[in-house]
Design a protein around this ligand. Structure first.
Ligand code: FAD
Length: 300
């Protein structure tokens, strides 16, 4: 019986693990893939306080090492199901069944992809899923944003401050985003709305050199850009919690700044929590808050 089981060893889960170890609790972190989460494959991080520049892989390894040095147990196991209600929580993987007094859900989210050829190859050298994270690498250059919701508009506004030109490619002629933001965007002289088009092809071998967009009639247009920001949504990895815990209509676990869910003894941390900003800093903040909440709960 562990004090706490952490599901997911990304930045949120690993931070929770650090705090639980330092509080003298028995904690088990279960991770389906390599430790570090989404950030692991990012070539460069430049917005983490006190670390001017670091690769995603190095950041992930350092964080995991820090947790392990404090005695953290991290197992590479994919959690298949959970039973969260009651004093004893059960977490089932393919290999084993674990029990704990409390659980921290830190399963993160994945970016929705366009599904066009070369998207994966050009990720990290032109294709990005995070404008706040990668926008600075395209300062003074022309870029495109794909999407029509609030995130796409926010990304385009953010990029318009740094880039020479921003094309916003959206498959419809209207936006799902708030009208006030759309108007803001329309007032930018370096923004061009490319409406009724979808991204059809990516050009470039090692790095992105252009994007071909296509309309419903099959007409195409080439955008001379070195960056493409895909902002068509994220999918939280929360399917297995469906029906056991409060979630919003997009599948994010509902909890306030205290990271406490509606189920006693269960916390949620990081990108899978319903919130507005999803960054490393907010993920590690959630990990801290969730862990300290769990420590208090276990203490009784
Ligand atoms: C391309 C890209 C670049 C980014 N760059 C930056 C940046 O420069 N700066 C910044 O601040 N933020 C950046 N971000 C955002 C940042 O990566 C996330 O905010 C952060 O990783 C969230 O951490 P997390 O721990 O909540 O979730 P995640 O990083 O998603 O980690 C969740 C972990 O849970 C695991 N998991 C999921 N389901 C299960 C299961 N069933 N069983 C076991 N384990 C499971 C996953 O494998 C994953 O390792 C970037 C994101 C992307 C996609």
């Amino acid at each position: 019986m562990y004090d706490t089981i952490i599901i997911g060893a990304g930045p949120a889960g690993l931070t929770a693990s650090i705090y639980l170890q330092r509080a003298g609790k028995t904690a088990l972190a279960l991770e389906a893939m390599a430790v570090g989460g989404q950030i692991r494959n990012t070539p460069e991080i430049e917005n983490y306080p006190a670390i001017a520049k670091i690769s995603g892989m190095q950041y992930s390894d350092d964080l995991a090492e820090q947790a392990k040095a404090l005695g953290a147990t991290i197992k590479r196991e994919n959690v298949k199901s959970v039973q969260l209600v009651g004093d004893v929580k059960t977490v089932v993987t393919r290999n084993a069944t674990y029990q704990a007094k409390s659980v921290i859900i830190a399963v993160g989210a994945k970016s929705r992809e366009l599904g066009v050829e070369k998207e994966e190859d050009l990720f990290g050298c032109g294709v990005s899923y995070c404008a706040i994270c990668d926008g600075a690498f395209f300062a003074g250059k022309a870029v495109a944003v794909s999407g029509g919701g609030n995130t796409a508009i926010d990304d385009a506004l953010f990029l318009a401050e740094r880039c020479s030109k921003v094309y916003l490619v959206h498959r419809r002629s209207e936006f799902r985003a708030e009208q006030i933001k759309v108007e803001q965007l329309k007032s930018k002289s370096n923004v061009e709305l490319v409406l009724g088009y979808t991204v059809d092809a990516l050009e470039g071998e090692d790095c992105l050199q252009g994007v071909v967009v296509k309309d419903k009639q099959g007409g195409t247009r080439r955008l001379d850009v070195s960056g493409l920001f895909v902002a068509i949504g994220k999918i939280p990895n929360t399917d297995m919690f469906q029906g056991q815990i409060d979630m919003d209509d997009q599948g994010y676990v509902v909890a306030g700044e205290d990271c406490k869910t509606n189920v006693d003894g269960v916390w949620v941390a990081g990108d899978c929590r319903a919130k507005r900003i999803r960054q490393l800093t907010t993920a590690v903040a959630d990990g801290t808050v969730a862990a300290l909440g769990a420590v208090e709960y276990v203490r009784g």
